[in-house]
Ligand binder design. Sequence first.
Ligand code: ADP
Ligand code: MG
Length: 277
Amino acid sequence: MSSLSNRIRHSLVGLRMPRALEVLDHTLKQLEQGEMSALEAIDRLLNEEFSSRENRRVGMALTTSRLAPVKTLESFDFSFQPALDRDRIMTLAELEFIVRAEVIHFLGPPGTGKSHLATALGVAAVKAGKSVYRAPLADLIEALAKAEREGRLAEKIRFYARVSLLIVDEIGYLPITTGGANLFFQLVNARYEKGAMIMTSNRGFAEWGEVFGDPVVATALLDRLLHHAVVIHIEGASYRLRAHADLLPEHIRANAPIIPPPKKRGRPAKVNNAKPN
Ligand code: ADP
Ligand code: MG
């Protein structure tokens, strides 16, 4: 037994299975004492090693995907947004939209969980082994502009076009120059019908001309971004402000109602009846 266990130890070292090596002695002890079957022992060793590698892979991928701070669907309180269709979000979490290279739009006022849901879908995708990259629109455009100045624009666009899922957060918060809008258009065009995207915005599509500083570019962007798209309006209250409703000035309270609106009947808005928020 001991020469056999030495051989197993030797193999685990050679195969670079440090976690299995760690639990080997305890597993063998349990096996000897009849607390575990041989099959269970094999399963324990392989499963410990596999889980530890998966955790490390996911941890590293979350960092390179820029998905921190990590959000999950489990930590999303759907009861706080009763108008939001939970089943629809859960269906998205099955990630078929990535295979179909669709574009998901989360629209709604600040604090309603747009970034949370976008990030949570990104985290689900990373766990499923997909490559993901998340950035606020302003950062994305800044990186593209820098690459252009340095003569590496094509390379940078290829980098953003290569990931399975690109999450563009915070569209509409900062004004975009026409040059910036053009760079973003080139990126969107490179991904069009090839790679999935999730976009979050506090501005309706009708305002994109203003957001991108150019109605022509905005129309061209929307043409591609609404072609194979899922539009999800979140019209409820700000989660950030939920504890401070009484401190808010009246005009902000009106824009971000603290009492969530009553649940709507029927199916959520589709692209063709999408309306600006
Ligand atoms: P938005 O992007 O719409 O402005 P965020 O997704 O950033 O809003 O949400 C603001 C904060 O509130 C985040 O910390 C987020 O995790 C949290 N949050 C928002 N909605 C919910 C919710 N329904 N359940 C749990 N946490 C939420
Ligand atoms: Mg946000």
